[in-house]
Design a protein. Structure first.
Length: 202
């Protein structure tokens, strides 16, 4: 049996700025920008016409994802379920620092190891898919870029023709997945027509 799941990247955030207008590293409480809200409205319009209909919306508890998910859940008339395991990796020791000071990933001092975070995220995704499969429902998961890349990379069959989305997806975009037997069987990126853009947010 296969299950339909939409992996959705939250709308854009306007990062806090330093004294020289440089973008700063931010934590989980930074809200969506006005542009981010518009992006989610555009995506909602695309999802409302999709079959099978989305019956549940799962979300990371980070403010940018939660606000994005609320827009979708309300428009789809679907319950909203916060999943703490979908939370992003937090760089609490660096929050408030200029983003330009971080030149490579190993410069980041994170609150949990990459291995622990990856396993947490994969288990969360597998748990949601199992729940949807048992109920024969279609779900949406609103989360973060690094998590979408991880899920797509980890659940792709080695000999599969399903493309690896090395570049991830933009804010307010989605990937429609068909998942079965522990692997992604099909995938299709959804980029709403006319979706507003500015920069790239994590």
């Amino acid at each position: 049996m296969s299950t339909n799941v939409y992996l959705i990247r939250h709308g854009e955030v306007e990062p806090p700025r330093g004294p020289n207008n440089e973008p700063l590293i931010y934590g989980p409480n930074e809200p969506l920008s006005i542009l981010g809200q518009m992006q989610m409205e555009y995506l909602l319009g695309s999802l409302q016409s999709q079959l099978p209909r989305i019956s549940e919306v799962y979300t990371s508890p980070a403010a940018r994802a939660l606000s994005s998910a609320r827009i979708l859940a309300l428009g789809l008339n679907a319950p909203l379920i916060q999943y703490s395991e979908l939370r992003p990796v937090r760089y609490s020791t660096l929050e408030g620092w200029p983003q330009g000071l971080i030149e490579k990933p190993e410069d980041l001092f994170i609150d949990e190891s990459v291995e622990v975070a990856n396993e947490r995220i994969i288990k969360a995704f597998e748990g949601i898919v199992t729940r949807l499969s048992q109920a024969e429902e279609t779900g949406a998961i609103v989360t973060h870029d690094e998590q979408i890349r991880l899920i797509m990379g980890r659940l792709r069959k080695p000999d599969s023709s399903v493309p690896v989305l090395d570049l991830g997806i933009g804010n307010g975009e989605a990937i429609h997945l068909v998942v079965g037997l522990g692997y992604v069987l099909e995938s299709e990126a959804m980029v709403p027509l006319g979706i507003p853009r500015r920069g790239v947010e994590r």
